[in-house]
Design a protein around this ligand. Structure first.
Ligand SMILES: C[S@@+](CC[C@H](N)C(=O)[O-])C[C@H]1O[C@@H](n2cnc3c(N)ncnc32)[C@H](O)[C@@H]1O
Length: 244
């Protein structure tokens, strides 16, 4: 159980916050189409590290899905969709294999979905991106019947963990304890879930994701670490999990 791992509640754990956030970002984008909004964990270079990690694994044939002719990528809590846009662009330049990719982003905020679609249409019209409004914590959401090969999360579990409200559909469990079981439904055996978090240590993240699921640590991304008071740490961690 993960009762020993709890964050304080914050407005960043509410849908209202994210709706207002993406409304504002979309309005900024209308005024200036160079402004596609916040790139979370940019200071740690997390987005480019996640992308490079995946491209290297694909090119080295290390991903279990390497031989799949059609690889389905899902961004969980996609926000402005930037991770998917950049991933598609970098794959088109660096990927050496023959597989084709499908890029899907989901978010529970309708304003995020509208914003991501707007950016996709205006700036990336030559690639097919799909964005859909899905609450990852809705039990038996129809979307959970889909399966994906590579699942990405940059900051979404972090946001979910900032809400301590008990979920009625899950007998009062909170979001961060339900998340991994929900996401697991979107994976086949051999699918990979790559999560970047700034709120949890590696040990905590592993416990949250592997408790009550068939997910296991597959690999991780290394970030420069700092030492403070004899304790080693880094500002974010990214861990890839595989479904067994
Ligand atoms: C910190 S932002 C990160 C956004 C994006 N991944 C990025 O890196 O820019 C957290 C995102 O998670 C989304 N989110 C939070 N709870 C969610 C849930 N239950 N289902 C789907 N999306 C959720 C929010 O709407 C927001 O877009």
């Amino acid at each position: 159980m993960t009762e020993d791992i709890r964050l304080n509640s914050s407005k960043l754990g509410t849908q209202e916050y994210w709706n207002n956030f993406y409304k504002k970002e979309q309005s900024n984008f209308q005024d200036n189409d160079e402004d596609t909004g916040e790139c979370w964990f940019d200071d740690s270079d997390a987005e480019s590290k996640m992308i490079q990690f995946l491209i290297d694994k694909l090119n080295d044939g290390e991903l279990p899905v390497t031989e799949t002719p059609h690889i389905r990528m899902l961004d969980l809590g996609t926000g402005n969709g930037h991770l998917l846009f950049q991933l598609s662009q970098d794959l088109s330049e660096e990927y050496e294999g023959d597989s084709e990719f499908q890029f899907i982003g989901i978010d529970y905020s309708p304003d995020s979905v509208e914003f991501a679609k707007d950016i996709a249409g205006k700036k990336y019209g030559d690639v097919n991106f799909e964005f859909e409004q899905v609450d990852l914590l809705q039990k038996e959401a129809p979307f959970l019947k889909n399966k994906f090969d590579i699942l990405l999360d940059k900051g979404t579990l972090d946001a979910i963990a900032l809400n301590q409200d008990p979920l009625q559909e899950f007998d009062g469990e909170i979001g961060m304890d339900v998340y991994a079981r929900q996401v697991e439904q979107l994976m086949n055996k051999g699918s990979i879930l790559l999560i970047t978090s700034c709120n949890f240590t590696e040990t905590e993240l592993v416990k949250i994701i592997t408790t009550g699921t068939n997910l296991q640590v597959w690999d991780k991304i290394n970030y420069p670490s700092f030492q403070f008071g004899g304790v080693k740490g880094s500002t974010v961690c990214s861990i890839a999990f595989i479904k067994d």
